[in-house]
Write a protein that binds this ligand. Structure first.
Ligand code: PLP
Length: 398
């Protein structure tokens, strides 16, 4: 008999009833150090006082009106995002996938209005992940996401990761209108695009007049030590998808855009019943206020360097288990020499949570408030997990 909850996830036998900072607690009191943050969502940790305050204060005042009216919390969050990014305008939705859907609509409308409606193709990259709607699985294109769900949406062309010649040739085609890319691939296994590639993408888009769409749903909101990962490269996109960390655990997504890219999105062209509702936007404002407080991101970058250094040490002392570390900030990937899920499961035994990723990587995506002591504790637990795997392998060989 099928389970009452659709079994579309293979779930670990863990269940949490409360959380505080970087810790999650099971009903029996077992405390887990959370190096996954709900897949980069709980960026400020669990039960952050400012977020709890923002949500409860708003919950006592007003939950929902409609986008038929002005929503003050939505205005306030849009102003913060515009102030701190390249963007001139923001649309709010409830998830990353929805932000991606609007990114595609916006790019198509842009070229429609520019008198070149044939420019419908969006270039994407192998190993990318943009969400689970039909458009977003079509965008990413991998068999893992799409098998059994055809017919897929036309209008995406998937390029090999790191093949500059293929990219150059594709960008020159008359049917291409935009490039969509994660500055750091998340689900694909923490694969960062070097700054020089991000700059190259910007130049290529400028050369052909294409729109550059960044998916910063996982790598944005402070995760790399800047508010958004592309800031390290000193360039900006035309359109950017944001979600996960922006709501700190409350479902919230946003599509940010320049005035030029968004010009076609006039009244009636897009909408969402819940998008930008007062609860989500009140929390989003609290998240933005915490992250843009003087020194916050510098401190994230500083502690992230410590995590990186300790992760390098961990990898070096377990060469049979780990191959290397990649990524930046609080977004690291440990490439494994054993199945990554074995490492994640061994971590559960040591009461530390990590997240498996593509390319046989274990992802470390801790909350940005992780302390130096918690960094040391987390690495010690991963070290113990790796040791248990080594012991098991040795026993099996005997
Ligand atoms: C999680 C994620 C998405 C999808 O976001 P949802 O909120 O699950 O719809 C899209 N792109 C990237 C890079 C992600 O990490």
């Amino acid at each position: 008999m099928i389970a009452p909850v659709l079994p579309s996830y293979s779930r670990a036998p863990l269940s949490f009833v409360s959380g505080e900072g970087a810790w999650l607690v099971e009903a029996d009191g077992r405390r887990f150090l959370d190096f996954g943050a709900g897949i980069a969502v709980s960026a400020l940790g669990h039960a952050h006082p400012a977020l709890v305050e923002a949500l409860t204060a708003q919950a006592g005042k007003l939950w929902h009106t409609s986008n038929l009216y002005t929503v003050p919390e939505q205005q306030a969050l849009a102003e913060r995002l515009v102030e701190h990014t390249f963007a001139d305008t923001v649309f709010f939705c409830n998830s990353g996938t929805e932000a991606g859907e609007l990114a595609v609509k916006m790019a198509r409308k842009y070229w429609h209005d520019a008198g070149q409606p044939e420019r419908t193709t969006i270039l994407t990259f192998e190993g990318s992940f943009h969400g689970r709607s039909l458009a977003m699985i079509s965008a990413a294109g991998s068999e893992k996401l799409t098998k059994g769900f055809g017919p897929l949406l036309p209008g995406f062309d998937h390029l090999p990761f790191g093949d500059h010649d293929a990219l150059r040739a594709a960008a020159a085609r008359p049917d291409v209108g935009a490039i969509m890319v994660e500055p750091v691939q998340g689900e694909g296994g923490i694969r960062p695009l070097p700054d020089v590639c991000l700059k190259g993408l910007r130049d290529l888009c400028d050369e052909h007049g294409l729109l550059l769409i960044f998916d910063e749903i996982q790598c944005g909101m402070g995760r790399t030590g800047r508010l958004f990962a592309h800031e390290w490269a000193g360039i900006t996109p035309d359109i950017m998808m944001v979600a996960k960390g922006i709501g700190g655990g409350f479902p919230l997504g946003a599509l940010l855009a320049t005035e030029r890219a968004a010009a076609g999105m006039t009244p009636g062209t897009h909408g969402s019943t819940y998008g930008g509702n007062p609860l989500g936007c009140a929390v989003g404002c609290a998240v933005m206020d915490a992250m843009t407080e003087a020194g916050f991101l510098e401190e994230v970058a500083r502690r992230a360097r410590l995590l990186r250094q300790k992760a390098e040490g961990l990898v070096a002392s377990h060469p049979d288990i780990f191959e290397g570390v990649r990524g930046s900030g609080f977004m690291l990937g440990l490439r494994c020499n054993v199945p990554n899920i074995d490492v994640v499961n061994a971590g559960y035994g040591q009461e530390i949570l990590t997240v498996p990723g593509g390319d046989n990587v274990v992802r470390l995506l801790p909350p940005l408030i992780l302390s130096e002591d918690e960094i040391a504790e987390g690495i010690a637990r991963l070290d113990a997990a790796a040791t248990t795997l080594e012991d098991t392998a040795r026993d099996a060989a005997q």
